[in-house]
Design a protein around this ligand. Structure first.
Ligand SMILES: *Cc1c(COP(=O)(O)O)cnc(C)c1O
Length: 387
């Protein structure tokens, strides 16, 4: 045990089961631990380090902003936030952005938007937010209520009321749910990440979007994990041919800094008015400067590379010995293995590759720009660990 591990054990709340590795530094897709061992990182801090560790361009953008202003609160204007909001809107066609610090906060904002829109347009009794079974939307008491996995709820009840779950990919069940409740919004992930890297059926997504449009229900797509180039398009919904009213994202947006956004389309862009919502750290200039530098680089050629690397991983691991299924989109991939996923992850770690798990799968979320050489080596090692 390193000194840091001992301190962590004694003084840090025991909410995480950590691997026995103290990461001291990293460059790109490689990091090192306190023993000087190096690893290829196929998890990027759970889809956060979009361009890996200490990326030069990102670092330059962040440090330049550090030299100007790091925080002033939302009582004053600062440059990076509005510029980032414009870039997000121009790239998505959505109209306005609220800035928070995390995925859960982005979703909280989306839920408030849906509830206020419905209260004003349909009546205050239209407050129900429908989400999917096996979803994950965050850890606050409200986003936990939104999360369609019972085991996260245990011992924290009562959660925020007004959430109803319906099974993914079951259009009839969704119709029933919408008919039996006074619904403000429908929130879903295009690829359920924590739920096991499971993409939503295209037909279901399209039917759900149409039901929302027909019934004036706010369609919220949670792109906290799938967003910012991760799935091979800037946002995953773009591959589903649907037009959400609200899109939330966080994780990879600022390339390693805490930033969450709730983006609002035409229908709801003016729902939030002065005093309706806020966040002290929201629109933090450092985080926004980091995000600007990340978002600028997620262009067609990078996305093409993401898709090419995705195909490579699917080809190599699909049908590999000890692998029963490969799911996901882009560089958000779940690998179902014969061996327990945790054992595969442990073996990979011993051989110098960091992977994640999602439910019973090994989950891969490498940097969007992971060099081919490191990717090939990592896949080789993962393959070996699956046998
Ligand atoms: C990680 C995640 C969240 C929660 O994000 P935090 O930044 O941890 O609050 C919400 N939704 C999805 C889909 C996620 O993957």
């Amino acid at each position: 045990m390193t000194e840091v591990m001992k301190l962590d054990e004694q003084y840090v709340a025991g909410t995480y089961g950590r691997y026995p590795i103290e990461i001291t530094d990293g460059r790109g897709s490689e990091c090192r631990d306190a023993q000087g061992r190096s690893y290829i990182d196929m998890g990027t801090g759970i889809a956060v380090n979009s361009f890996g560790y200490c990326d030069d361009e990102w670092k330059a953008a962040v440090t330049a902003q550090l030299d100007k202003v790091s925080h002033t609160s939302n009582l004053y204007y600062t440059q990076p936030g509005p510029e980032l909001a414009r870039m997000l809107c121009e790239k998505t066609g959505l109209k306005k952005v609220f800035f928070g610090n995390s995925g859960a906060e982005a979703n909280e904002c989306a839920i408030k938007v849906a509830r206020k829109y419905a209260a004003e347009h349909k009546g205050e009794e239209y407050s129900v937010i429908v989400t999917l079974t096996n979803s994950f939307h965050g850890r606050t008491l409200t986003t936990l209520a939104a999360t369609g996995q019972e085991h996260y709820h245990e011992l924290f009840c009562p959660l925020t009321p007004g959430f109803v779950h319906t099974p993914a990919n079951d259009i009839e069940a969704l119709k029933q749910t919408l008919a039996c409740n006074k619904v403000a919004g429908l929130m879903m992930e295009c690829v359920q990440g924590e739920g096991g890297v499971i993409p939503l059926d295209k037909e279901f997504a399209a039917a759900a979007a149409k039901l929302c449009a027909d019934n004036d229900i706010v369609l919220i797509i949670d792109e906290v994990q799938t967003g910012n180039g991760r799935t091979g398009s800037l946002y995953a919904y773009m591959q589903y041919g649907i037009c959400p009213d609200v899109v939330t994202t966080a994780k990879g947006l600022a390339g390693g800094l805490p930033l969450g956004v709730c983006m609002m389309g035409d229908k709801v862009k003016d729902v939030l008015g002065r005093g309706d919502h806020g966040s002290t750290f929201g629109m933090n200039p450092i985080c926004c400067a980091g995000a600007l530098s990340i978002l600028k680089r997620i262009d067609d050629s990078l996305l093409e590379e993401v898709k090419e690397k995705s195909r490579y991983i699917f080809d190599e691991l699909g049908g590999a010995q000890g692998v029963t299924e490969v799911t996901g989109m882009g560089l958000m991939i779940g690998v179902k293995t014969v061996k327990p996923a945790a054992d595969v992850v442990k073996e990979c770690m011993d051989r110098g590759v960091l992977c994640l798990t999602a439910k019973d799968k090994v989950r891969l979320l490498p940097a969007l720009n992971i060099p081919w050489e490191q990717l090939k080596l990592a896949v080789e090692i993962i393959k070996g660990a699956c046998i």
